[in-house]
Design a protein around this ligand. Structure first.
Ligand code: GLC
Ligand code: CA
Length: 580
């Protein structure tokens, strides 16, 4: 996969460059992969019940193959009461009838394989649903039993055990403990749930829990999955004695409470689990991978999840949360590449997923319209959609030019914004109810995809039913319109993904291009491609190389880079006279 870089037609002198890394010569697919996240309930609904499903994904795989992706990561499709969008699993080795059957899953894997696409699934090992048979058994068994020991049950504090065992807070608001009623009707023990009360945490100190998840890994690996995205991969092991913690519920650093002291996150013993899983994956063909969802800061600590004997990749949320600012963006790209290179792991890049505002919405917010906390509702000041879409396209083009792995979230290739006027009665995210509506939650980024401008529910299905409403703005952004338009966001993504592969950018090199280093333009060179993103307010004169790609195909191209525009230039070709 090494790239023979064309010699620049106009030689660059070493004092114009800061070298960050060489191109990577490994053939391991996950070092340079493009992985597309499908949120099954909102992707495509094959039977018109208003919920996307596995046959709906299988039917549209051809459209994803057009994007030239390497793999799909499927958010959970397991049996679940859907109290947290399926991250409350009641059976790890089955498919919820809402989404189809195991046969449908096998059909999806088979068809995807034929198209060269791996299917990565979401593993949720920190907690299950309170409807899981193991938790129901724990409720029926006495305190101190083997059944209870699968979870984290404790007696309460206070004279009658009426207070929670410690002060930990749920990620979704309120206490992280819920008191149960014992089988004899008396007020009983408390169980820990770092998320909703319907999501009891497993006790990972118990070898029986470890054995259960090893069984789950083998079950899906035998069905040919391409790996696992591991949910809250930093939370499984808790500090002995469960000491109080006054910092943020998500364990990220806050004043006086550095994240590395959080007793429920990032405990050293967690890494033994991933070492053993890596060994299991290595028994299977096809290079299946593990990717950590770990909210760990700083990046130096996060690299502990992707040492050579543990996970292959981890999400880079420092990148996702970087503001629209050239200095900040250069900083996070530089530190990400250098830090992950110290352990020989690829950096990944991501701008959107099912837990955050889509970047087309986020980049349309200003200091005045930005709302603290998550979600935007009808009462809030609304984002600038035009600005957001323009910046999102440019930011995505920059991301697709970076060396490392990329994660895309369904619909970002259409430039979709969030539903920012969703009426409260539709809201399903548990954080909405658990905070009395103070946090609106994540439903806005989960609206069903628009496939056809003239279809029911914009082609999400044939019936018009939809589990969440679609925003008005989706109407002009449907996939059929964008496929037919060379200047659409979809066409831009397709061109960028083609060029990324043709120039081996995913396995590429990285040099900062110094002539722009003190400006609001981020500029770097990867395998002979000079990438420029103008994050400032004024036009910038482009260096005299031919344009491979521009995020703004409508703009008259006068050797200028307009604000919120990204261009890729070919250092091997001088700009034609027509461009002068
Ligand atoms: C992860 C998921 C999120 C879920 C939480 C609890 O952060 O991405 O959607 O609510 O874990 O499982
Ligand atoms: Ca359906």
């Amino acid at each position: 996969m090494t790239q023979t870089t064309a010699m620049p037609v106009i030689p660059l002198s070493p004092d114009q460059l800061i070298h960050v890394r060489d191109a990577n010569s490994s053939n391991e697919w996950w070092r340079s992969s493009v992985i597309y996240q499908v949120y099954p309930r909102s992707f495509r609904d094959s039977n018109g019940d208003g919920n996307g499903d596995l046959p709906g994904i299988t039917a549209e795989l051809g459209q994803l193959a057009e994007l030239d992706i390497d793999a799909i990561w499927l958010s959970p499709f397991y049996p679940s009461p859907q109290r947290d969008g399926g991250y409350d699993v009641s059976d790890y080795c089955a498919v919820d009838p809402l989404f189809g059957s195991l046969d449908d899953f096998d059909a999806l894997v088979t068809k995807a394989r034929g198209l060269g696409i791996r299917i990565i699934i979401d593993l949720v090992p920190n907690h299950c649903s309170s409807e899981h048979a193991l938790f129901k058994a724990a409720l029926e068994a006495p305190a101190g039993s083997a059944e209870r020991n699968m979870f984290i049950f404790r007696d309460g504090s206070g004279p009658n055990g009426e207070f929670p065992p410690n002060n930990w807070q749920s990620h979704f608001g309120g206490s992280a403990w819920t008191r149960i009623t014992e089988p004899d009707g008396s007020a009983g023990q408390w169980y820990l749930h770092l998320f909703d009360s319907s999501q009891p945490d497993f006790n990972w100190d118990n070898p029986a829990v470890r054995a259960e998840f090893e069984r789950v890994l083998h079950f899906w690996l035998q069905r040919g999955v391409g790996g696992f995205r591991v949910d809250v991969a930093h939370a499984l092991v808790k500090a002995p004695g469960l000491p109080d913690w006054g910092g943020r519920a998500d364990g990220c650093s806050s004043e006086g409470f550095p994240g590395w002291e959080a007793p429920m996150f990032g405990q050293p013993e967690i890494h033994d689990i991933y070492r053993s899983w890596r060994g299991i994956l290595a028994q299977y063909d096809g290079e299946p991978i593990l990717c950590a969802e770990a909210s760990i800061d700083p990046l130096e600590r996060l690299t502990n999840w992707v040492r050579p004997d543990q996970m292959h990749q981890t999400f880079n949320f420092a990148y996702l949360s970087t503001a629209w600012n050239a200095w900040a963006l250069r900083g996070v790209i530089d530190s990400s590449l250098r830090t992950f290179d110290t352990v020989g792991a690829p950096t990944t890049w991501v701008l959107s997923n099912h837990d955050v505002l889509r970047h087309a919405t986020r980049f349309g917010l200003t200091a005045e319209t930005s709302r603290p906390g998550d979600g935007i509702g009808p009462e809030d000041a609304q984002p600038d959609l035009e600005l957001g879409r323009r910046r999102a396209g440019a930011a995505s083009m920059l991301m697709l030019a970076l060396p490392g792995g990329v994660y895309l979230y369904q619909g970002e290739e259409l430039g979709l914004p969030d539903h920012t006027r969703m009426p409260s009665e539709y809201r399903q995210d548990p954080s909405f109810a658990r905070t009395g509506g103070a946090r609106l939650g994540r439903d806005g980024c989960r609206a069903p995809l628009p496939w056809r401008a003239d279809g029911a529910a914009l082609g999400f299905n044939d019936s018009g039913a939809a589990w969440l409403p679609q925003p008005e703005e989706f109407a002009g952004l449907s996939r059929d319109l964008q496929r037919a338009d060379d200047n659409s966001m979809l066409s831009l993504y397709r061109r960028a993904l083609d060029l990324r592969r043709a120039h081996h950018l995913g396995a590429g090199s990285m040099d900062w291009y110094l002539p722009f280093q003190d400006s609001a333009c981020v500029a770097f060179i990867n395998n002979g491609v000079l990438v420029l993103l103008n994050m400032g307010e004024a036009d910038i004169d482009l260096p005299p190389f031919a344009v491979l790609l521009s995020s703004d195909p409508d703009a008259p191209f006068l050797r200028k880079l307009a604000p919120a525009q990204c261009a890729w230039l070919d250092l091997g070709t001088v700009a034609g006279d027509d461009m002068a």
